[in-house]
Write a protein that binds this ligand. Structure first.
Ligand SMILES: [Zn+2]
Length: 354
């Protein structure tokens, strides 16, 4: 099936789903896409309320209504098309409610407020975590000096900076982030790596297995040639244990997060959740991502979808799939999402589970 045919099919399915919703408005509480609701932020000191300043984005704000009333059909055909297309391509983000109005079992523990979560953005400029040995070589002293505390508990931007040189160029003023770590890790943006002439992999912080090397750190007291430890940090959401619990998210989840409000607004996919006692809630993007989406530190971003990589995805079954299933004498996969025509066909052929 070509891309174009896939698009057309997704549009048809989306239209049909919308028609079905309009026919039976009072039927089920479930919706195909989560209806945005203003999240309950509790009493988090220092955090901007979601309706303040940069967070003001009218399309985020659900119409005022009590949680008991019926959700309104506010999903556009375009949005449904996108979701349907993603599902058809096997990339669906497992909407918490299916079109049939049932919640898949795995999501039952998810709190309602998680339908829309807003988090604060922290843009990380290029920086380096140094091992105690490397710090001593570069600066001739025992440990970095704190200049400014970072949002993540215990971490700080140090007074010390180094110059990084590569085969193609050099970058001056690269900040040390303390305290010292077991192994030196240099975190760059793609544009930085291009200046230096290296191609580091995109990696979660700390996984340096196939990280890049080939750069030299130059400090006032000495130099260190790195054989490994250079990465492009994978975009990630630090999550405090309280927020993780409140929002029903887990360490290792992957999120789609919308950043920005202007013409450069974009949804970032595959944002890794890093949760635990040592984390404070903050979305970490690098300088390239910040420029590309037009956001700055302190702006807010909206979680649109989530997936747990270990869990099985729900297949989308079309009418053609039903015919193939009938021919081969197989069963409709448990938990499958059926398009309306597939459902009609399956019912007519007596293939629906009783
Ligand atoms: Zn981080």
């Amino acid at each position: 099936m070509t891309e174009e045919e896939l698009d057309r099919l997704a549009t048809i399915i989306a239209d049909a789903l919308l028609r079905e919703r309009k026919r039976s408005p009072g039927e089920a509480a479930g919706t195909w896409l989560p209806v945005p609701v203003r999240p309950d932020l509790g009493s988090r000191e220092g955090a901007l309320p979601v309706w303040a300043g940069s967070a003001q984005s009218l399309d985020d704000v659900a119409p005022g209504r009590s949680s008991k009333s019926e959700p309104q059909a506010r999903v556009s055909t375009a949005e449904l098309t996108r979701a349907t297309r993603a599902a058809a391509a096997g990339q669906d983000s497992r909407p918490p409610h299916s079109a049939a109005g049932r919640s898949p079992r795995a999501w039952r523990d998810r709190p309602k407020a998680a339908a829309s979560i807003e988090v604060s953005i922290g843009v990380s400029n290029r920086h380096v975590h140094l091992s105690p040995t490397h710090f001593r070589t570069l600066f001739g002293s025992a440990a970095p000096t704190e200049e400014r505390a970072l949002v993540q508990p215990g971490q700080f931007a140090a007074k010390e900076i180094v110059t990084v040189t590569g085969t193609k160029g050099r970058i001056e003023g690269v900040r040390i982030v303390g305290p010292a770590r077991g192994e030196t890790q240099l975190e760059l943006a793609f544009s930085d790596a291009r200046i230096l002439g290296i191609t580091p992999p995109v990696k979660a912080s700390g996984s340096l297995g196939d990280s890049a090397g080939g750069v030299t750190l130059v400090g006032p007291a000495g130099q260190v040639m790195l054989e490994r430890g250079v990465i492009i940090a994978a975009r990630h959401l630090h999550l405090s244990p309280e927020d993780a619990k409140r929002w029903g998210l887990h360490n290792g989840d992957q999120l789609d997060i919308r950043c920005g409000t202007g013409s450069r607004a974009a949804t970032l996919h595959g944002v890794l959740v890093r949760s635990g006692k040592e984390h404070a809630t903050e979305l970490h993007l690098d300088a390239d991502e910040s420029l590309a989406t037009g956001v700055r530190t302190g702006d807010r971003a909206t979680v649109l979808a989530w997936r747990r990589p270990a869990e099985q995805r729900r297949p989308l079954v079309t009418e053609r799939d039903v015919l193939a299933i009938a021919r081969s004498g197989q069963q409709i996969p448990p938990g499958a999402i059926l398009t309306p025509s597939a459902r009609d066909r399956a019912r007519a052929m007596n293939l629906l589970p009783k």
